[in-house]
Design a protein around this ligand. Structure first.
Ligand SMILES: CC(C)(COP(=O)(O)OP(=O)(O)OC[C@H]1O[C@@H](n2cnc3c(N)ncnc32)[C@H](O)[C@@H]1OP(=O)(O)O)[C@@H](O)C(=O)NCCC(=O)NCCS
Length: 139
């Protein structure tokens, strides 16, 4: 897998990937999420390609205290071949390189396969409430 920075020309392929990976929610417009990410100067937004075609993505954030992961997606046709681990390892290396001390993100409790994926990568659930408040509605 070749990992590179997202470019605007990748938009359609990335949204299609998120749809196939069931990551699109009515309350999160994927195009708006991409546009907003393009204004972020602290993190990164990468795509992964095999044979030239986009089959993976990850959005990485850093707020000065913790790093975050969003839209981690591996096309189901490429599942279970170590690509998710590769992308997360590169994300960790990137966050360390910019001085980020820790990484936190949310996974739905009932999303057992993803819970097992992160467990295999050494992530443990924090004993916290994940608080949220919508500031700009997308839907
Ligand atoms: C979750 C996801 C990123 C995993 O990517 P992947 O490339 O299939 O995972 P890898 O092949 O790199 O697996 C890494 C490790 O996780 C484990 N793992 C991966 N998927 C698993 C599953 N469904 N059940 C149990 N373990 C799993 C693997 O066994 C492997 O462990 P090992 O290296 O010790 O053998 C991918 O399936 C995906 O994109 N899913 C849909 C989108 C999604 O839910 N994203 C996360 C949003 S929070």
């Amino acid at each position: 897998m070749i990992i590179s920075a997202f470019g605007v020309a990748d938009t359609d392929a990335v949204i299609k990937l998120w749809q196939v990976c069931d990551l699109v929610r009515a309350w999160n417009d994927p195009q708006k999420d991409i546009d907003r990410k393009m204004t972020d100067r602290n993190g990164a937004f990468w795509v992964g390609r095999v044979g030239g075609d986009i089959m993976a993505s990850v959005m990485i954030g850093y707020d000065g205290h913790r790093g975050s992961i969003n839209y981690l997606a591996i096309d189901p046709a490429f599942k279970g071949q170590g690509y998710g681990r590769q992308l997360m390892q590169q994300a960790e290396t990137f966050l360390i390189s910019i001085g980020c001390p820790k990484i936190s993100f949310c996974v739905r409790r009932d999303n057992e396969p993803v819970v097992q994926f992160y467990d295999a990568l050494g992530y443990k659930p924090d004993d916290v409430f994940f608080f949220g408040k919508r500031l700009i509605p997308d839907d």
